[in-house]
Write a protein that binds this ligand. Structure first.
Ligand code: HEC
Length: 104
């Protein structure tokens, strides 16, 4: 019992240190993957080349709010109200942060 207690905190620290960078990389590539599904209409990394609004460099709070409004039906749309329903609020926040950080 004494030995277990002595080892545990060290093991936890080592485990956290070893997995943190991997977990972080996984998360950001997951966000990139989600954001890539928007590229067909909003352009690569949200830099629109067509008539659909660009998302790159747009305010994060604004983007997240639009997605949430599409999701709840507060803002009507032709397609976005359906797409937005497929994402959790957390995923919406992550994508909004991703697009806001892209260069226009
Ligand atoms: C099939 C094409 C299509 C795809 C894919 C798509 N969008 Fe859209 N998006 C639109 C259209 C069209 C509008 C204008 C509103 C509408 O008609 O639904 C729009 C509007 C928006 C707006 C509001 C822009 C503004 O300035 O008011 C946001 C934010 C947005 N989309 C985010 C996203 C995100 C994030 C994704 C990826 C998860 C995505 N869209 C995928 C077509 C698309």
């Amino acid at each position: 019992m004494k030995i277990k207690l002595a080892i545990c905190p060290v093991a936890v620290l080592v485990a956290v240190a070893a997995t943190w960078p991997a977990a972080y990389a996984q998360d950001s590539s997951a966000v990139r993957g989600m954001a890539a599904t928007c590229a067909n209409c909003h352009g690569t990394d949200g830099r629109s080349v067509g008539t659909v609004a660009g998302l790159a460099g747009v305010d994060k709070t604004y983007l997240a709010q639009q997605m949430k409004d599409f999701k709840t039906g507060k803002r009507p749309g032709t397609i976005m109200h359906q797409l937005a329903k497929g994402y959790t609020d957390e995923q919406i926040e992550q994508m909004a942060a991703y697009f806001a950080a892209q260069k226009k």
